[in-house]
Design a protein around this ligand. Structure first.
Ligand code: IMP
Ligand code: MG
Length: 357
């Protein structure tokens, strides 16, 4: 039996809609396990389903679907207090049986209060989320970090910590269910925030590109089937650093409209996101480097409300779009990218997602 691994990655600076795409795929396609492989509570994934708004930070977005087994792999860093709050908030929103469906690697590094204080005091110039991510990963790579297995944890959490590997779990499931197992890995933080990105130091402290899914979950490359790349028809960025094609002062009105219609405020920090026009060269680079074979676009509805927008083909050549319908934008982008866009999100509700071809 063959186990399949599909990976959802962001192709920009985060907040493309990875969470809603992950939730959709785990609901409508045939997955058994949804896993996080990188980052920590710096992530904020917003999902709106049946009028309920869910926000996940460390827990895979598949948790919203009742039968999904979720796994936080050893590539992630974790804040145990925030994890408890996240579980409680999800339960208040009606998510059931989390205790029996959430597994956490006991080799995840734990974010300490010192890590958070250091992040708050010394990394303002980078505009971090102040969750202690950089200091925690630094401790890990200096080999002075604390993993979950190195500390005392309370009995509540104890039942969720998984001491074996995901591969063991997969083998067990294959055996019990006598069928192939499908895993969906949900990325966090996206392509241009990878620690190797050209935007260094205005990046996060871990890897975010396709290889990080294998490393962060300890799975073999032979399992990879599809790589979903998620993007928006405009770009947003929180935090500081250079930002190509950021809207200019004279485009302030358009920028305000995108922020308003797109609700472009950070799910973790509440910060207003910076807005830029889509940069096709960067998008193609991200598609190529990650071997993306399925594309998903979100927030098309925001541009429909806007009535005009730009797409940059190169550093100084752009196309101005006016008078268009949502699917015309999608078709035009498919032509420019020479690639099918398989999933199109036309609104914030989980149900307003169109699957094509
Ligand atoms: P850190 O990951 O908190 O250290 O922040 C480093 C940079 O990555 C900052 O510019 C953050 O705004 C950005 N960042 C980290 N996580 C996310 C995310 O989930 N979405 C968008 N930006 C993020
Ligand atoms: Mg986010």
């Amino acid at each position: 039996m063959k186990t399949n691994l599909d990976i959802v990655l962001g192709l920009q600076y985060g907040d493309e809609g990875k969470g809603r795409i992950t939730e959709y795929l785990t609901d409508k396609h045939n997955y058994d396990i949804c896993a996080r492989f990188n980052g920590g509570p710096n992530a904020g994934h917003t999902i709106i389903k049946n009028d309920v708004k869910y926000v996940t930070h460390s827990i895979p977005s598949g948790i919203i679907n009742p039968d999904m087994i979720c796994y936080i792999g050893p590539g992630c860093v974790i804040n145990l207090e925030k994890l408890k709050t996240e579980i409680k908030d999800l339960e208040l929103n009606g998510v059931k049986n989390i205790k029996n469906r959430l597994l956490i690697s006991d080799r995840c590094h734990v974010i300490t209060n010192e890590n958070i204080i250091e992040d708050e005091n010394h990394f303002n110039s980078l505009g971090t989320t102040k969750q202690g991510i950089g200091p925690c990963y630094s401790d890990k790579y200096k080999r002075i970090g604390k993993r979950i297995k190195d500390i005392e944890i309370d009995s509540d959490l104890k039942s969720m910590i998984y001491s074996k590997t995901l591969l063991d779990k997969v083998k067990l499931l294959e055996h019990l269910r006598n069928k192939e197992i499908n895993i969906l890995a949900e990325g966090a933080q996206s392509h241009f925030l990878d620690i190797n990105s050209n935007d260094y130091p205005f990046v996060t402290s871990c890897h975010t590109t396709v290889g990080s899914a294998l490393i962060g979950l300890e799975l073999p490359h032979t399992m990879i089937r599809d790589v979903y790349g998620v993007f928006k028809p405009y770009v947003t960025k929180v935090g500081t650093g250079e930002f190509r094609h950021e809207l200019k002062e004279i485009e302030k009105q358009l920028e305000d409209l995108i922020v308003e219609y797109g609700m472009e405020f950070g799910a973790t920090t509440g910060r207003r996101r910076r807005i830029g026009w889509l940069d096709l060269q960067s998008l193609k680079e991200a598609i190529n480097i990650n071997g993306v074979n399925k594309l998903a676009i979100c927030k098309i509805d925001v541009l429909v409300a806007l009535k005009c927008f730009e797409v940059f083909l190169s550093s100084n050549k752009s196309i101005l779009f006016t008078n268009y319908k949502s699917l015309e934008i999608v078709e035009e982008l498919e032509n420019l990218l020479s690639q099918t866009i398989n999933l199109v999100s036309l609104g914030p509700e989980s149900a307003s997602l169109l699957e094509r071809k």
